[in-house]
Design a protein around this ligand. Structure first.
Ligand code: CA
Length: 223
């Protein structure tokens, strides 16, 4: 039985323009009414995740920076440090044409940028030399510490709430979700997910951009 759902935000609860699906909001509220716990996990920053948690009525912990930091019961806990990521960002800014994200002022464990015509392959290979790695959330590129990914966050929830793999379900759509789709938890995705995410999913909805949430909940008897 699914007790805990961990949901990606962009492209999973939202459309391509990042507008949130009202259908997804209704589905999450109905699930919570049925005692489901929900966490959100995104590459976005904790102040944004706090806003989403507050205004959507999310009842579980919310994770920012792809799992690098959590807001859990009025406590913000960073799991990683931002020093190396920002050092690397500053170096790359001088070497290639990238545009740092304005949201970096709120980042505690990573740095983000937009490719302004820069070659991502070069940035990725340089990051590895500094023990960092680059992940693309489709909307932004993120400079992350080794081991900092969404799987880290899922494992954190698992141990905090003493859950079994079969009680946790993750939903995501793109590359920065890959790590949690390699875990033994239950995995589901929308039709707009990448082929890799689909290949790893236990259930692939034929609905997209937030409308899959109700479909997934019905399939797993949550609603
Ligand atoms: Ca996404």
């Amino acid at each position: 039985m699914i007790k805990y759902m961990i949901l990606d935000v962009d492209g999973t609860l939202t459309d391509k323009n990042r507008l949130i699906s009202t259908g997804a909001i209704d589905a999450m509220r109905a699930g919570i009414k049925n005692n489901l716990k929900i966490s959100l996990i995104s590459g976005n920053v904790i102040p944004v995740m706090f806003g989403l948690k507050t205004f959507l009525g999310i009842n579980g912990a919310v994770f920012g920076e792809n799992g690098g930091i959590v807001l859990q019961e009025d406590r913000i806990i960073p799991f990683f440090d931002k020093t190396q990521s920002f050092k690397f960002l500053n170096r790359m800014e001088k070497e290639v044409n990238i545009k740092p994200m304005f949201t970096n002022i709120w980042r505690e464990t990573s740095a983000a940028f937009l490719l302004n015509g820069a070659d991502p392959e070069y940035i990725m290979s340089e990051a590895i030399k500094d023990d960092l790695y680059i992940v693309n959330s489709k909307f932004t590129w993120h400079i992350m510490n080794k081991g900092q990914d969404k799987a880290y966050a899922v494992n954190y929830i698992k141990s905090e709430y003493k859950l079994m793999d079969s009680e946790i379900m993750v939903v995501g759509d793109s590359d920065n979700d890959n790590s949690m789709f390699e875990l033994d938890v239950v995995k589901a995705c929308p039709d707009n997910a990448t082929e890799y995410i689909k290949s790893k999913s236990d259930f692939v909805s034929d609905k997209s951009y937030g409308l899959e949430i109700i479909d997934i909940m019905k399939y797993y008897n949550i609603l």
